[in-house]
Design a protein around this ligand. Structure first.
Ligand code: UDP
Length: 325
């Protein structure tokens, strides 16, 4: 099979590229390396079935040529991470909306039978106060132009773009609402909590908890995410559907900090920071985030296999190795 991954040098994309290469597929990664890195795909670069193009999907001149010859496209290129979103909202809007439309148009024009997965995000649920988020739940965003919602708005626009192409052009598009994903190659540079906590614990520095630490998240190992992608891409009835992907085990951020410290046998202490201290401005955080996975289970029989502790142990070992070299 021939696979195109936009944003394929990023955290999820690079793991996905490795997975498909190991299966014997040929993989073409396009990435502008704005948040992804060559280091993430270093094991892929020498592979005879691997092509890397350094380009921004928004203006990549060879997009149609690449799309024409593939069976599957994973459109993961996006500006991610709270820090990036607050620093460069204009880039978020352009990359996350216009690039998605460009990819969908290209597929429609030159390869309408290809399978496409568009990465959306649990951010779209916004301030919905439900215990767990189901795909048909209300979207609760603040009005008043707060930058924080820039990302959610772009992902929602992507969903509607994908949905319209699925309806009017009958493209085989799956819209994946990804909840917090963790695993190898994820960087803490853009504010993601698990790589930050792991680095802090391994180096015995204070673990920085933003807010009061009672906010919860549900972390899914990237290898489970990839299994969910694989199952959905092989399921024709999933075309045109919006589907949550994640792990429904929920944990408060303070408990996560304690868990990382204990798994790393670290001397780190807990250090609480206000959002102003953390982000340099006030910030409305989501207090609870847990996916309801009934729809994913119904379509694919998916069950996450990686326990949080297992992923943390692996990430701690990788971080230790990095520190030793
Ligand atoms: N967070 C934290 N310390 C950090 C980084 C993040 O306490 O060093 C918190 C953050 O405020 C949020 C949660 O951890 O409540 C998850 O943050 P992340 O940016 O990883 O994901 P998202 O907020 O997009 O779910």
């Amino acid at each position: 099979m021939h696979i195109l991954i936009t944003g394929g040098a990023g955290f999820i994309g690079s793991n996905l590229a490795q997975y498909h290469l190991a299966k014997g597929d040929s993989v073409h990664v396009v990435d502008d390396l704005s948040t992804g890195s060559l280091e993430n795909i270093s094991t892929c670069l020498a592979h005879h079935n691997f092509i890397f193009t350094h380009a921004d999907v928004l203006v990549w001149s060879e997009l149609k040529v690449a799309v024409r010859s593939v069976d599957r496209i994973y459109h993961l290129a996006a500006v991610v991470g709270v820090k990036k979103v607050l620093e460069d909202p204009r880039k978020v809007m352009a990359t996350n909306i216009a690039a998605t439309e460009r990819v969908l148009r290209a597929v429609d024009e030159v390869n309408p039978s290809a399978k496409i997965l568009i990465a959306s995000s649990s951010e779209v649920y916004g301030f919905n106060k439900n215990d767990g988020f189901t795909e048909t739940d209300d979207i609760v965003l603040r009005s008043g132009g707060r930058l924080r919602w820039c990302y959610a708005v772009t992902k929602l626009a992507d969903e509607y773009l994908a949905y319209s192409f699925a309806n009017t052009s009958k493209l085989n598009v799956i819209i994946a609402r990804l909840f917090n994903t963790i695993g190898p190659n994820q960087t803490g540079k853009y504010g993601m909590v698990v790589p930050n906590f792991v680095h802090q614990a391994v180096t015995n520095k204070p673990v920085t908890i933003f807010g009061d630490g009672t906010q919860t998240r549900s972390f899914c190992d990237v290898r489970d995410t990839i299994q969910a992608f694989e199952s959905l891409m092989s399921c024709d009835s999933a075309n045109g559907e919006i589907i949550n992907i994640g792990n429904d085990h929920e944990i408060a951020i303070t408990d996560l900090a304690k868990l990382v410290i204990s798994r790393a046998k670290s001397n780190s202490t807990l250090h609480y920071q206000t959002y102003e201290q953390a982000y340099g401005r006030s910030f409305e955080d989501i207090s609870r985030r847990r996916p309801v996975l009934d729809k994913l289970r119904r379509f694919t029989g998916f069950e996450p296999k990686w326990a949080l502790e297992q992923t943390l142990d692996e990430l701690i070992a990788i971080e230790r190795k990095k520190m030793d070299t």
